[in-house]
Design a protein around this ligand. Sequence first.
Ligand code: SOE
Length: 392
Amino acid sequence: MTSPLSGQAPDDPAPRPLGVAMIGYAFMGKAHSAAWRTVGSHFDVPATARRVIVGRNAGQTAEAAARYGWEDSSTDWREAIHREDVDIVDICTPGYLHAEIAIEALKAGKHVLVEKPLANTIAESTAMVAAAAEARDHGVQSMVGFNYRRVPALAHARQLIADGRLGAVRQLRIAYLQDWLVDAASPMTWRLRRETAGSGALGDIASHALDQAQFLTGRNVTEVSGRLRTFVEERPGPDGPEPVTVDDAAWITAELAGGAVATVEVSRMATGVKNGLRIEVFGERGALRFDLENLNELWLMEATGPVTEQGFRRILVTEPGHPYLDAWWPQGHIIGWEHTFTHQLRDFLTSIRTGRPAQPSFEAGLQIQRVLAAVEESAAAKSAVVQVDSTT
Ligand code: SOE
């Protein structure tokens, strides 16, 4: 039995690195692999070893292991997570597999990082929360990967808001827009099937937007009104045309605890916008603006001094005093999207070292699932206002 805090058997003479098993090797697996490779070179975190990467196709998984620098590959996730030399399980699979793998890993005493959204249903998410709570009592950490919390500009924005620089926040406008589905002939993927993805743009990118609304303000969404749309209802599948069973776009108005209001608009068919997470926060004496397509910039407006001299000023978030940035380059040098995954691991490994609960927790992931469920309920009822159910 290894100790979940160190990855060390109690009577082992020499410390050994925390072994990682990663389940999934596609887009997110690639991003997480890069982060596992770099985190220890830039941050003071416990040493890790990339023990095994798991996928369905033996040849492709072995190829991914070689390309991304994993010691071993496997097609059997159960065998991988139960390995003696594995202490951390990183789940990068489609959402419908999250619950089963995470619960088994937590029961085996392994720390678990799972990609967002936490799962596809409230029932799965609730079971994951229960398993995480039980494991936490034994020093086992769990975290859901809302990586945009680790964009330095957004972590800095949260701090500015918490410090009261904007005064009370009244309004947020968040749009997360992509265009990778604009072409009606682009093929089916697991992301377009309800049984594998849970939902479409809603779970995939509104989950990020809603997490940001809550992260930036420190307030939960309590009430929503939503609308969903599938613009292209059939796409080429492996065996001919297949129905798209998830949304392409979603619109949400949300009430947050404490009185702020957020509008959230997401689409994977926003022609010309590549990966634009655009956030505006309006407070009683200031405002903030951010766009993921320029992620090193944060725009701050403070309503002080003569009105004739007020306006948004650009903060280049590249200084050692900004969150996470002292570990990277000399001051003034920019970073990119992939760094958010490295920062995520830095925080996760720090929690493993210190025992402080990792954030965002599975509970935070469940809260987002509840909001998503309320949006779907509202959309089905054609714009009724739906309370976010915090009892399930
Ligand atoms: C979808 O295109 C996606 O890959 C999301 O799944 C990620 O979470 C987001 O960061 C980028 O877009």
